[in-house]
Design a protein around this ligand. Sequence first.
Ligand code: HEC
Length: 477
Amino acid sequence: MLFKNTSILPLGLAVLGALNVTTAGAQDVEAIYQQNCAACHGKNLQGGSGSSLVDGKWIVGGSTEDITRVIQDGLPDRGMPPWKGGLSAEAIRGLVIYIQEQEQAYQSEQLDSKLAATSGVFSAQGETFELQTLAELDGVLWSLAFLPDGSALITAREGQLWHYRDGALTEIEGLPEVWARGQGGLLEVGVHPDYSENGWVYLSFSQSTDREDAAMTAVVRGRIKEGQWREQQTLFSTDADLHSTSRSHFGSRFVFDQGYLFFGIGDRGQKALAQDLSRPNGKMFRIHDDGRIPKDNPFVDTKKALPEIWSYGHRNPQGMAKHPQTGQLWASEHGPRGGDEINLVEPGVNYGWPVITYGMNYDGTPITSLTKKAGMAQPKLYWVPSIAVAGIDFYQGGAFSGWQNRMLVAGMASEELHLITLDGTEIVADDIILKGQGRIRDVNVGPDGHIYLLLNFRGEDKGRIVRMSPVKGSDTD
Ligand code: HEC
């Protein structure tokens, strides 16, 4: 497993800004730091009689395990006291995440300048490229999927499905009604691998049935004919007693594989239900691409379990892709504050939320001190601070030949595009290739090998479809 702490400058600054106004009594991590550590390590972790905790230099090491051990046991020879007896395991867990957040905020500026464009040309990881805005659309752009002719379908969470072709946009009429509140609305769009023969287009969205104040993610397919959504079939939906009033964590993305459809649903803000196999919250699912339930799904014979479940213990899966060589299913998962994850998703496996996590609550209070537990899978990669991880795709194509079979990962809050290198089933490198261009919700490799991003901007009700295209040397075109 690779641990990577990458930047989330706005959160880091917000944390620093909040230091002086910490309210008394809260088990809040900033307060714990200020009371116990600031005297030696400085108010902003910059160092004093104790060393800087943000300069990226570590006596023992910078991993979660190393920092935890130093805080627990101290470094008696050097004057760092042990905190095992004085602070709870949860408090120490929070401090480790806090130190990792602050370190990243500090390191982020250097990266900003390294990745900035020169005369409109970006360069990262052996490739040079430019960005071109293809279209600007209202709403939160959520998902993009290519049709065989190279045109694309795009969802806006507010409930619109667009067809983009050669610079022109057409809105598809007659879509199902979506519950567009909070993070809910129209989500994923997917195109069947045999679309040329069968014409099926798949959608996921938050669906409300007889209870108007509650919803759950549903999956349908239909055909687009003369700009109209037609012949809809419901492939997955739940009764109203399984719906939730929460406006968060709906999932979901699609992967098609050998006649199956994989998709995920988030915990819907009800953490504990991610461990409950009778509920759809916090699960990955596998169905046949016509909605039938596969007879060999891992929980078909488990009493009360939903038979569509493939894996569980997920918080909010927001990206999913099939590895082009191994066929394995990879997924990103939106963690809490700290603890965004990349997982290799396998049948029947428990991914641990909320029993284990590398994150804490957004207010700085702990969720658990546990990051590992027997019977629960570890992520292949996690980020502290969280990047607000979203869509993922594997690169295949001729345009960026150096990135073959590597994973592209979109970050929203961090406004980053990551390029992840795998060796078998392990992640061996995580590099940022684009930064500060907007919140990236989805990333897709086009049939032309160019990379397509859906960007949104803080405080704006518009999104952009952006293409990353290689820039060749001046002697070629
Ligand atoms: C009495 C002063 C003092 C206090 C209080 C203190 N530390 Fe330290 N800490 C030190 C010293 C001294 C070192 C070793 C610095 C060196 O040798 O360069 C150290 C080292 C560390 C290191 C390892 C740094 C590295 O570069 O590897 C960590 C992590 C750390 N402290 C965290 C904390 C945390 C978290 C707290 C509060 C719970 C805390 N410390 C409270 C004095 C202190």
